[in-house]
Design a binder for this molecule. Sequence first.
Ligand SMILES: [Zn+2]
Length: 159
Amino acid sequence: MSRLGNLKLAHPRYELFYVNDKKIATAEDKAKSLSGDRYTWFQWMKKMMLLNGHHKKRELIHETPVGTPVIAFINHGRWVAICPACGCAEVVEPKTPIFYCLNCTNRDNSSLPLPVKFPRSRVKIEDELLARKKRQFRNWDGKMTLTELRTETSIKFKE
Ligand SMILES: [Zn+2]
């Protein structure tokens, strides 16, 4: 059985194996880590969609997201978004902003991928959070301004 076939999927809160100190991690980092660099995140996500049984044929897998975008935010050094149907979090990828919930398979969206909304100032937000040494302090709620983030860093997260 392939490594992907053996995957035990956990809530991202406990999935920190693909997060490193040098960058804010994305779904691409997770896919590479899980597959030993064999799959891009999009290829990995498609595999997951096939494995979950909701998509019996490859042709049924839609690459174009439809519906109301989910909002990307940063939690413990990773870009994530919350599933609007079941409340589970999934890691997301700015280069391929598509959300697919591995828990409920986007059940409220006919099992089709949802768009993901990343902030325009994504890189600046990442840089600001990377100035915080501890990963658990690298959080952005999807709303805070850069100024607010900088203030928070200088008051709470100097170390
Ligand atoms: Zn879900």
